[in-house]
Design a protein around this ligand. Structure first.
Ligand SMILES: CC(C)c1onc(-c2c(Cl)cccc2Cl)c1COc1ccc2cc(-c3cccc(C(=O)O)c3)sc2c1
Length: 232
């Protein structure tokens, strides 16, 4: 049947895309990824700094998701804590799979591979990065997929499951229509995007071990990361 994006849905896409583009990690933070020397310690410190900045950006972006601030405040925190790692896998995946060589792609891959992380996580992580790259997502799809990840109702400690589910379903419906309209030659594209969300859950489980297995002896995280990841 004819897929049509309503006026309200177009406004929703615009609001989310504007917020997604408005909230980015400051250049002076990401630029360091290109400049600083390479060592396991330095790479870990840089990744920690960028991740911390990314969490701040994520909080600001989330506040601009239409309907998010109407949710129960404790649920807002539970959604942020529960989705931060997955949103950061999506963000780093978008950077690593950028078509235009932004220069970050090579250095970021190098720094992640040489940050003292156990090799066992490299394969699933870089398989994910590859699978995201193969999708060639548009900006709207990236912003909506991140929004849908944040609005996952079955995170720990979420009380108003239905309220979050209703919001997520609104976003899923918009993404489904966008995929049909933007990838007419690929009817399975929306299903492939949702498959990435499942892969993100698996990476999230790996990430818990990653944090503990980080081999640098005195690795420590920033207070914000400790809070959002319940570390130490
Ligand atoms: C604490 C730290 C050691 C850590 O622990 N686990 C992870 C992790 C790793 Cl390894 C992989 C996936 C997810 C996580 Cl969570 C990390 C690093 O997480 C991040 C998080 C976000 C970003 C955004 C970037 C980025 C670069 C250039 C440009 C831009 C841009 O947005 O322009 C963004 S790099 C980056 C690194």
């Amino acid at each position: 049947e004819k897929v049509e994006i309503t006026k309200e849905q177009r406004a929703l896409i615009k609001a989310i895309l504007d917020a997604y583009n408005r909230h980015q990690i400051p250049q002076d933070v990401t630029k360091k990824l290109l400049q600083e020397q390479y060592s396991a310690e330095e790479n870990f410190l840089l990744l920690t700094e960028v991740a911390t900045s990314q969490v701040q950006v994520l909080v600001e972006f989330t506040k601009n998701i239409p309907g998010f601030l109407s949710l129960d405040r404790e649920d807002q925190i539970a959604l942020l804590k529960g989705s931060a790692v997955e949103a950061m896998f999506l963000r780093s995946a978008q950077v690593l799979s950028e078509k235009k060589p932004s220069g970050y792609t090579e250095v970021l891959e190098e720094r992640i591979r040489k940050s003292g992380m156990s090799e066992e996580f490299m394969t699933p992580m870089f398989n994910f990065y590859k699978s995201i790259g193969e999708l060639h997502m548009t900006q709207e799809e990236q912003a909506l997929l991140t929004t849908i990840t944040i609005l996952t109702p079955d995170r720990p400690y979420v009380k108003s499951h239905e309220a979050v589910e209703r919001l997520q379903e609104t976003m899923l419906d918009v993404l489904r229509k966008l995929c049909v309209l933007q990838h007419p030659q690929e009817p399975q594209y929306f299903a492939r995007l949702l498959g990435r969300l499942t892969e993100l859950r698996t990476l999230h489980h790996y990430h818990v071990e990653m944090l503990t297995s980080w081999k640098t002896n005195d690795h420590k995280f920033t207070p914000l990361l400790c809070e959002i990841w319940d570390v130490q």
